[in-house]
Design a protein around this ligand. Structure first.
Ligand code: SF4
Length: 226
């Protein structure tokens, strides 16, 4: 278990990795709450980039729950065949659109229980929607946040739920909503899975990772003779 980051250091670490982006936005493309929900369901074990390639055509064909339910799993499938688990995801998206119509008039509910009752929607997806659409200070622990929670010492935990609980407890309330995306973006672009780029990390001063990556040889300035 890594050394715990000091609680007093957490605001400075988060401010540093926020990199002047106080109000970060998800990298998934969407126009409505329904489209965000569908995009997040499609993004399980797939990159946002891959999802963004398929959603424009899908959302043109079926922009809302009624149209998506009418399209059905067989109609959705051909739009999303390039992403992982597309067949199961097509079924879930058709079924969740149908349930939204039956239970919520086609609107996306703002309550965790109602969201998690939808097919293909687990705690992580519900947390993303509650955070992004409803402005709730939730923490959706994906692979990046789970890694950062443990590696940086900000919120160590053996399971995603343990990391989530630690983050909710340790991050100051006023930073919780944007912290979700600050951590994801930092994990995606700097604190990468295989080789964290510690030498250019603005949060290195406060991070407790003991094996910080040094500057790679090819990026070091060359010595000139004479
Ligand atoms: S110093 Fe390294 S391990 Fe720590 S947050 Fe930055 S990139 Fe990640």
């Amino acid at each position: 278990m890594p050394k715990l980051m000091k609680r007093a250091d957490i605001p400075a670490f988060l401010t540093a990795i926020a990199a002047g982006n106080p109000d970060p936005k998800t990298e998934l493309h969407y126009q409505t709450a329904f489209q965000l929900l569908v995009a997040v369901v499609l993004s399980a074990q797939t990159t946002d980039v891959a999802v963004n390639k398929v959603t424009p055509a899908l959302f043109t064909a079926a922009p809302d729950a009624a149209a998506m339910a009418a399209l059905g799993a067989e109609g959705i499938g051909p739009f999303i065949k390039s992403i992982g688990l597309w067949s199961a995801k097509a079924k879930n998206v058709a079924a969740l659109a149908q349930l939204l119509l039956e239970r919520h008039g086609g609107e996306v509910p703002g309550e965790r229980e109602a969201l998690e009752a939808l097919p293909g929607v687990g705690r992580k997806t519900a947390n993303v929607v509650l955070n992004e659409v409803f402005g709730q200070p939730t923490m959706a622990v994906d692979t990046h946040i789970f890694r950062l929670g443990n590696r940086t010492g900000i919120a160590p935990g053996a399971t995603p739920r343990a990391v989530e609980d630690q983050l909710l407890k340790r991050i100051p309330k006023e930073m919780l909503k944007p912290a979700h995306l600050w951590l994801i973006l930092h994990g995606r672009y700097v604190c990468k899975a295989r080789a964290p780029e510690c030498w250019r990390c603005p949060g290195a001063t406060w991070c407790t990772y003991p094996e910080k990556t040094p500057v790679p040889a090819e990026t070091k300035p060359r010595r000139t003779k004479g």
